[in-house]
Design a protein around this ligand. Structure first.
Ligand code: ADP
Ligand code: MG
Length: 519
């Protein structure tokens, strides 16, 4: 090939290499985490996000902010993924995870400037992350049997989020009750806890329903709107004429023949109601069409019928009532019917909602979220979803750790203790990791208006003397105190996941020394 240059990239491909690539990746990652920093903690600010089409989202939730922002830079995109992973795996701690990832990058930049090789940084970070998880294990407190602790965890996850008029204590109680409601020997089926929003009343009207709520209205107005002790059939079929009884291809020669055909049709439409009336069924949930006359016969029989019910709604009702979907009336079997203590249709503003409560096999619960405006209710729903996630995580993994930055102070201190015995430059990376962890208490302090350096000094000394110290918002500023005394607790799983995903993203970005982008 001689000295001929070989082109392996197309003309319009862009490439940056070595330090340039590293610097631009690190800068992008840092910038992203910087953008959510001010929302961290109880006094975190909200962000208003306006899309191209003018839609407005007001939120304090890290994952939501990063999702709504249109982020293109690939390294920045990796930090967004940290928040997304955190959201999927645990549901809370998204801001913490992305702020931590950004700070790990900032520390890595200093190390690179000091000529610490990227591989050494990666090794040191991985070692430090192991130490961090060890420290989280050590300080975990078992919470799975204690509703008070669980309520505190729920409340902690909701602080800083707008909950309108409803007190966080009441919401937390509702949420713990909801999760407990779907707990069984096999654990918690997270999907059985539904959250349903309904604009209109004040947020104080938010309540727990033991069952499911779907948006559906009766097929006819003259059907009953509520049934107690209801037997429910879920039908995955149409209630209409299966075959044309009057076929246009036949010449109907006399009026009797026509009448016969009409009678046959009528008979078939009537047969649905007649067949159901022979069973105990009070309510028919039909995913297909219900012909108007069939509906009229059902109404005559007093059977509350819903038509064109979505598959999702039908599945939710089946699950909540113990019903099995029925595909044909030929093989009706009582064992397929579901039961609910109370089934009722209620009007809300311009919607009709079907409440299915207290089934035999009731496994589902629904938090019915009320609120005056769409924005309030959306943020309330996100807060409740997060709280359900953390309570689930705390029960399933069993552990909670002190919040308000106290666990981070403990983690950093544990890492620094062990760093001393680590040989070579890797020690610098391990120490840098501990410094990065400090970003959480530092940010919490500055978001409540404290001087972050002074706060850090006080936090460390209180941690050393008393074992626990966090940033507690008080009045116009904050104080350093034991978060357990204020009921500020996070699930250990939130911290585990944040440490893991932030480390993974940061080390991946640090390793990159060549960015090739084909347009
Ligand atoms: P994230 O998206 O990481 O969950 P948040 O804005 O919810 O971000 O802030 C979480 C942090 O705020 C945690 O470290 C938590 O312990 C802390 N925190 C929550 N409530 C309080 C409180 N009342 N006082 C002090 N810190 C709190
Ligand atoms: Mg949170």
């Amino acid at each position: 090939m001689g000295s001929q240059p070989m082109f392996i990239l197309s003309d319009d491909a862009e490439r940056s290499q070595g330090q340039d690539a590293q610097q631009s990746n690190i800068a992008a990652g840092k910038a992203i985490s910087e953008s959510v920093r001010t929302t961290l903690g109880p006094k975190g600010m909200d962000k208003m996000l306006v899309s191209d089409s003018g839609d407005v989202v007001i939120t304090n939730d890290g994952a939501t902010i990063l999702q709504e922002m249109d982020i293109e830079h690939p390294a920045a995109q990796m930090i967004v993924e940290v928040a997304e992973t955190q959201e999927e795996e645990i549901g809370d701690g998204t801001t913490t995870a992305s702020v931590l990832a950004g700070q790990l990058l900032a520390q890595a930049e200093n190390l690179l400037d000091d000529d610490v090789h990227p591989t050494v940084i990666v090794e040191g970070y991985n070692e430090a992350s192991r130490l961090a998880r060890e420290s989280i294990e050590e300080m975990s407190i078992d919470a799975d049997v204690d509703d008070d602790l669980l309520e505190q965890v729920a409340e902690t996850s909701m602080t800083g989020k707008g909950t309108g008029g409803v007190t966080p204590e009441r919401l937390a109680e509702t949420i713990v009750e909801a999760v407990r409601g779907v707990e069984s020997a096999e654990g918690i089926e997270r999907e059985d806890v539904h959250v349903r929003t309904q604009v209109g009343a004040s947020s104080t009207a938010t309540e727990l329903i033991e069952g499911v709520i779907v948006e559906d209205e009766p097929a006819r107005e003259d059907m009953p709107r509520s049934v107690e002790d209801a037997t429910i059939g879920v039908f995955d079929m149409d209630f209409d004429i299966r075959e044309a009884n009057v076929d246009a291809e036949y010449d109907i020669t006399d009026i009797d023949q026509l009448n016969d055909a009409i009678d046959a049709e009528e008979g078939e439409l009537r047969s649905y109601a007649e067949t159901l009336a022979e069973t105990d069924i009070d309510v028919a949930i039909v995913t297909g069409d219900v012909e108007d006359r069939a509906a009229a016969y059902l109404a005559e029989e007093g059977i509350l019928t819903f038509e064109s019910v979505s598959d999702d709604d039908a599945a939710a009702i089946s699950r909540a009532t113990g019903a099995t979907a029925i595909g044909s009336l030929a093989d009706l079997d009582g064992a397929d019917f579901g039961h609910a203590e109370d089934l009722s249709v209620e009007s809300f503003a311009d919607e009709e909602l079907l409440f299915v409560e207290g089934g035999d096999a009731a496994r589902s619960v629904t938090v019915l979220v009320r609120g005056g405006t769409e924005h309030l209710i959306d943020e309330l729903e996100r807060a409740i979803d997060d709280a359900i996630d953390v309570v689930t995580a705390a029960i399933e993994t069993g552990g909670v750790v002190p919040g308000a930055g106290a666990s981070e102070i403990a983690i950093a201190s544990h890492i620094r203790d062990r760093a001393a015995s680590i040989e070579g430059r890797r020690q610098l990376a391990v120490e840098a990791y501990a410094d990065a962890i400090d970003i959480v208490p530092r940010t919490l302090a500055s978001n409540v208006g404290m001087d972050p350096i002074d706060a850090l000094v006080e936090l460390r000394s209180r941690h050393d003397s008393e074992g626990r110290a966090g940033i507690i918002a008080e009045g116009q500023t904050g104080i350093v105190d034991d978060p357990m005394e204020y009921g500020v607790l996070d699930p250990a799983a939130v911290k585990h996941e944040a440490v893991e995903s932030a480390t993974e993203a940061a080390t991946m970005i640090v390793r990159i020394d060549d960015v090739i982008s084909a347009d």
